[in-house]
Design a protein. Structure first.
Length: 528
C-alpha cells in the first residue's frame, strides 16, 4: 500500500474518533440539560408543595378561629336563656341547709323542702305569723359547692306557700342580703299569696336585679348571702313550704351547635370541608376540657379505671396510675404530652388515653368531702370512657353497673341535659338525684343509688337534709354541668398538603375578647 493510502486511512480513523467524541459530548450535554430541567421542575414542585403546606397551615389556623366563633356564639348575650332549650341554660332551684331563722315562726325547720323524696307532693311548712314585718330567713345553699364554677345568667328568689283560710291575702316582699342580714335589697315587686290549697300552693319567683356571684354565696361559709320573705301586709298567717333561689346557668352539652357542627353523636370528628381560599378546613372538632380527667387532681383509682376503660390491661393500668401520682408529686403536669415521661408509659398506651385526660379543666376548691380540691367532670359532655371511670371504683355497685350507668347518662343527656345534683323544685326533672332514682333495674338498692350520689356530690348532705352524706363512697370526683376551657384541633388542606394545629382557650362566660377575657393557654402545630 502506498503512503497516500495510509494517509487516507489515518484521516478516516481520526474523523471517526472525532465523530464519536462529538456524539458523546452531545449525549453528555443532553443528559446535563435534562438533569437541569428535571432539577428545575423538582425545585418548582418543592416550592409548590411548600407553598401549599404554608397555605394549609394558615387555613388550619382559620379553622380554629371558626371554632372559637362557635363558642363565642354559645356564650353571647343574645343566646337564649329559656331553660327548655336543651343545652343552653338550665335553672335548678337551690335550697338552704341550715335551720331557718326569723321572727314569728312556728316550726321553722319545715321551711326547707322536706319530703320523703323530691317528687313528694306533701306540703311541709312553717308558719309565719300574721304580723307585719315578721320574716323568714334562710341561707347556706349547699348546691353552690357543685355549681360554683358555672357562669350565672340570672338569679331569682322563689317562695312556695299558702295563706291561712279566709281573710285578706298575704303580701310578701322577697329580698336578699350580701352581708349576713346587715342590709337587705328587695327582689322585684311584692308577692301576693292567695292560695289556701296545699295541693296547689302559690309558687312565685322574683328576679334579683344585680346578680350575685358564686363568691357572694361562698362568703362567710355561705352565711353572708341570705334571702328572706318579709310580711308587708295582710292579716292571715302564711304557711311557707320553702324559700329557694333559682339560678339560670350556662350549661355545655353535646346537643349544642358548637359540638354538633364539628362532631358526630359518638364524638368522632366530622369532615366539614369549609372552603378557605384555595383550600378548605377539613375538620375542627371542639373538645370540652371539663369532660376529661385532670392529670394533676385525679384520684389514683380514677386514673386506673380510665386506662382500663380505654383498653389498657388492669394490672398495667394500676401500675401506671401509681406512677402518675408519684410523678406529679414532684413534677406537676403542664401539658398532656408530659404524660409520656411517666415510667412505664408506652406510645401505644399514651395514644389510647391522651384524648381523655387534661391539665386545663376547672378545679373546684370548695369540696366538702373529702378535703382538698378536685377537678369535676362535666356530665353533659364527658365521653363514655370517662363516665365509666367515674363510677367503676365505687365498691357498692355491681361489676357492670358503671358501664350501664354511663350509657344511660349518655342516652338521657341527648334529650334532657343534667342541670344540677339536686333541684328543690318538684317540677324539675333534670337533676342527677332524680335520674339516679329511676335506675332501679340495675342499681337495685338504696345503698347502691346513694353510693353513686355520694361520690358525685361535692356538698355534704343527702336529699332529705336530715343527715350528712358519708365519705366512704367518695372515691373519684363530682360532676359539674358546664365548661370554661375548650380545645380545638383544626386540619387545613391545600391540594395534597395537610397541616394540623391545636389550641386550648379559656372562656369566662362573657367572651369579651377585647378586654382580655379570652386567654389562650396553649398552642401547638401537630406533627403531620
Amino acid at each position: 500500500m502506498d503512503s497516500s493510502s495510509d494517509n487516507r486511512a489515518a484521516g478516516i480513523n481520526q474523523s471517526g474518533v472525532s465523530a464519536i467524541i462529538i456524539v458523546m459530548l452531545m449525549l453528555i450535554m443532553s443528559a446535563l440539560g435534562l438533569a437541569i430541567i428535571s432539577m428545575t421542575n423538582f425545585s418548582s414542585l418543592i416550592a409548590i408543595n411548600q407553598l401549599s403546606a404554608a397555605q394549609a397551615f394558615y387555613i388550619a389556623e382559620a379553622g380554629i378561629e371558626r371554632a372559637v366563633g362557635a363558642i363565642r356564639e354559645d356564650t353571647s348575650t343574645t343566646q337564649t336563656i329559656d331553660d327548655t332549650a336543651a343545652g343552653y341554660c338550665v335553672t335548678p332551684c337551690l335550697d338552704a341547709y341550715v335551720a331557718p331563722t326569723g321572727t314569728g315562726l312556728t316550726n321553722p325547720t319545715r321551711a326547707l323542702f322536706y319530703g320523703t323524696s323530691l317528687t313528694s307532693t306533701t306540703f311541709y311548712y312553717c308558719t309565719l305569723a300574721a304580723t307585719v314585718n315578721y320574716n323568714l330567713v334562710v341561707y347556706d345553699f349547699q348546691q353552690r359547692y357543685n355549681l360554683s364554677g358555672t357562669p350565672i345568667k340570672a338569679m331569682e328568689i322563689g317562695i312556695r306557700a299558702t295563706k291561712a283560710s279566709g281573710g285578706t291575702n298575704s303580701v310578701i316582699q322577697l329580698g336578699y342580703s350580701l352581708n349576713g342580714g346587715g342590709s337587705w335589697t328587695n327582689a322585684g315587686s311584692t308577692v301576693t299569696i292567695s292560695s289556701t290549697s296545699t295541693t296547689t300552693p302559690d309558687f312565685v319567683f322574683r328576679t334579683i336585679a344585680v346578680t350575685p356571684s358564686w363568691s357572694d354565696l361562698m362568703a362567710g361559709s355561705g352565711a353572708n348571702f341570705r334571702i328572706r320573705a318579709l310580711l308587708t301586709s295582710g292579716n292571715r298567717a302564711t304557711n311557707i313550704d320553702y324559700l329557694c333561689i333559682r339560678v339560670t346557668l350556662k350549661a355545655d352539652v353535646v346537643t349544642e351547635p358548637w359540638y354538633t357542627t364539628f362532631k358526630d353523636s359518638t364524638g368522632n370528628p366530622l369532615t366539614v370541608n369549609i372552603p378557605m381560599g384555595t383550600g378548605a378546613v377539613v375538620s375542627a372538632p371542639i373538645d370540652d376540657e371539663q369532660g376529661k380527667v385532670h392529670l394533676n387532681y385525679a384520684a389514683q383509682s380514677l386514673l386506673s379505671s380510665l386506662m382500663v376503660a380505654c383498653g389498657v390491661a388492669s394490672a398495667t393500668a394500676s401500675t401506671l396510675a401509681t406512677n402518675i401520682v408519684t410523678y406529679r408529686g414532684s413534677n406537676w403536669f403542664d401539658t398532656v404530652e408530659e404524660l409520656q415521661n411517666v415510667s412505664g408509659m408506652t406510645s401505644t398506651i399514651y395514644n389510647q388515653v391522651r384524648n381523655y385526660v387534661t391539665v386545663y379543666s376547672w378545679v373546684n376548691p370548695n369540696v366538702q368531702r373529702t378535703t382538698g380540691s378536685r377537678a369535676p367532670i362535666n356530665i353533659n359532655t364527658a365521653p363514655l370512657q370517662v363516665l365509666q371511670a367515674v363510677f367503676d371504683p365505687i365498691a357498692a355497685i355491681g361489676a357492670t353497673d358503671h358501664t350501664t350507668l354511663a350509657n344511660a347518662i349518655i342516652a338521657r343527656r341527648a334529650t334532657v341535659p343534667f342541670s344540677s345534683m339536686v333541684s328543690s323544685n318538684p317540677a324539675d326533672t333534670a337533676d342527677f338525684h332524680r335520674f339516679i332514682e329511676t335506675q332501679t333495674s340495675y342499681l337495685t338498692t338504696t345503698t347502691e343509688r346513694n353510693a353513686v350520689k355520694e361520690n358525685c356530690d361535692a356538698s355534704y348532705y343527702n336529699v332529705t337534709q336530715t343527715t350528712s352524706w358519708a365519705s366512704a363512697n367518695v372515691t373519684t370526683t363530682e360532676f359539674c354541668y358546664s365548661s370554661n376551657v375548650y380545645s380545638v384541633t383544626s386540619t387545613g388542606k391545600v391540594q395534597n398538603a395537610y397541616r394540623e394545629t391545636r389550641r386550648v382557650f379559656e372562656d369566662d362566660g362573657t367572651f369579651n375578647i377585647t378586654s382580655g377575657a379570652l386567654t389562650l393557654n396553649y398552642w401547638k402545630e401537630l406533627v403531620p
